[in-house]
Design a protein around this ligand. Structure first.
Ligand code: GDP
Ligand code: GDP
Length: 454
């Protein structure tokens, strides 16, 4: 039977094995109305038009999994910012800066029917200075008549303009070929070395105490880069020895530099969080325990889960906690963070340093879970018992049978269950709950996908 399982295990596809942390990032940048959203929708194959007709509404998601000719990458949509004509130069430039910071290559979109504007030229300067690969997109070339307009964009000095119609799909295949040629196969942000220090993102909404906690934790402990061999590190990251081990806190520049409050600030904060989380293996989501939890807190927790990173939730400002506030906090945690009951929770005070020493053990537990691999034998023994005690409910006289399961990857743990029919969501959740009860997985998201075999 073991041989059978080994054989079947071989049938798990490569994309299931692929670790999201290595996917390169392609960002779409450009002025409002040049067609960025339309292009993003076309690339990710989204049917419904989500072209923003309601400026001012900040989109929650800014990055999407995408694929072209067998290559997978992360597409970052920077188009979710508010349109405000007065501050337009600054805003577009800011958007480009963030995109440059987090991308491995940039799709710069220009409206060919308008030609290049001052704003476009300002962005071009930023892009060229960054040294990142840029693919120039001449959009709205709906037919041959507009081709000549596209050619004038050579003047931007970014090389060949790629004429496309994001609306009709014209030329987008060639564009994506060019984008794939520009994009490295592995993200520069990705892949910590197996023996290198573990990478932590400290995230949370403004004023929860990120920079206070960073200062407290880093304190006098900062170590020189060269002290740890084999570290690839951005200058924005900080290397710290904690609990006798080196840790890298990623993207700390964004924490130390107080980001200027503009009307698009939330959106940029969300992009920065995303970038930090994607560069890290584990995220500490800092929440202000002394104030009501907000939607933004929940959204940040969700960003960590979606990115598949290990998670620790730290309730800060505990020194301000009093008996009146406490029951409210407990209720908020129960009601709003039920989906992450598995995350280790630490109560801290960045101001006094109270309990900040509990952070490292929590990080270690979460990372150990994130790395966990359950052998196929153990997993199937567990499922066999579970299924015989609690079979899937009958549906239309039929009962889907679980044939076998395997863990396709770690970091985070991903499981694939092969079954004779679709499993109901409640049953999947039941399996997840039992997996967690049996194997722990404290501090890590896990995913379960089901493959139906006839
Ligand atoms: P964004 O603000 O850059 O994200 O631009 P949108 O994707 O929202 O597009 C702005 C407008 O341009 C919308 O009305 C789109 O339908 C239109 N548009 C986008 N791409 C094309 C295109 O290739 N051809 C034409 N004719 N219109 C387009
Ligand atoms: P950031 O925007 O998340 O980096 O937050 P800061 O670290 O700048 O903190 C925002 C404010 O909260 C500052 O006035 C801090 O002094 C205060 N603060 C941070 N941590 C604590 C804490 O544990 N207790 C109290 N009472 N105040 C704190």
């Amino acid at each position: 039977a073991d041989e059978d399982l080994a054989l079947l295990e071989g049938e798990v596809t490569d994309d299931e094995r692929e670790v999201a942390t290595t996917l390169p990032v392609l960002a779409v940048v450009g002025r409002p109305n040049v067609g960025k959203s339309t292009l993003v929708n076309r690339i990710i194959g989204r049917r419904e038009a989500v072209v923003e007709d309601n400026p001012g509404v900040t989109r929650d998601r800014v990055s999407y999994p995408a694929e072209w000719s067998g290559r997978r990458f992360t597409l970052v949509d920077t188009g979710g910012w508010e349109v405000d004509v007065a501050g337009i130069h600054k805003r577009v430039a800011q958007q480009a800066e963030v995109a440059i910071e987090l991308a491995d290559a940039v799709l710069f979109v220009v409206d060919a029917t308008v030609g290049s504007t001052d704003t476009d030229e300002q962005v071009v300067r930023l892009l060229r200075r960054s040294g990142k690969p840029v693919v120039l997109v001449a959009n709205k070339v709906d037919g041959p008549a507009v081709e000549a307009d596209a050619a004038t964009l050579w003047s931007l000095g970014l090389g060949q303009p790629h004429p496309i119609s994001a609306l009709h799909g014209r030329g987008t295949g060639d564009l994506l070929d060019a984008a794939m040629a520009a994009l490295p196969t592995v993200s520069a942000h990705a892949t910590p070395l197996p023996d290198g220090p573990r990478r932590v993102a400290l995230v949370g909404r403004p004023n929860v105490g990120k920079s206070s906690l960073l200062n407290k934790v880093v304190g006098s402990e900062r170590v020189v880069v060269d002290d740890v061999a084999g570290t690839t590190r951005d200058p924005v990251d900080e290397l710290v020895a904690l609990g006798g081990k080196p840790w890298v806190f990623v993207d700390t520049a964004g924490i130390r530099r107080r980001v200027h409050q503009t009307s698009g600030a939330d959106f940029y904060a969300s992009l920065r969080t995303q970038a930090a989380v994607e560069k890290a293996e584990v995220a500490v989501v800092l929440v202000d325990a002394s104030a009501p939890m907000t939607e933004q807190d929940i959204r940040i927790v969700q960003q960590v889960i979606d990115a598949g990173r290990a998670l620790v939730v730290a309730y800060n400002k505990w020194d301000l906690m009093d008996d009146d506030r406490r029951p409210f906090l407990e209720r908020e945690i129960e009601q709003q963070l039920v989906q992450v009951q598995w995350a280790p929770r630490v109560n801290v005070s960045a101001r006094t340093g109270w309990h900040t020493d509990r952070l490292v053990p929590a990080l270690e537990r979460a990372l150990a879970s994130w790395d966990t691999r359950i052998s196929t034998g153990r997993l199937n023994a567990f499922l066999g018992e579970l299924v015989s005690a609690h079979p899937h409910p009958l549906r239309g006289g039929k009962q889907p049978r679980i044939l076998f399961a395997t863990q396709a990857s770690t970091r985070p743990p991903r499981f694939v269950i092969f079954a004779s029919g679709f499993l109901e969501p409640t049953y999947r959740r039941f399996i997840e709950r039992r997996l967690r009860e049996t194997f722990g997985f404290e501090g890590t998201p896990i995913t379960i996908s089901v493959r139906v075999r006839e």
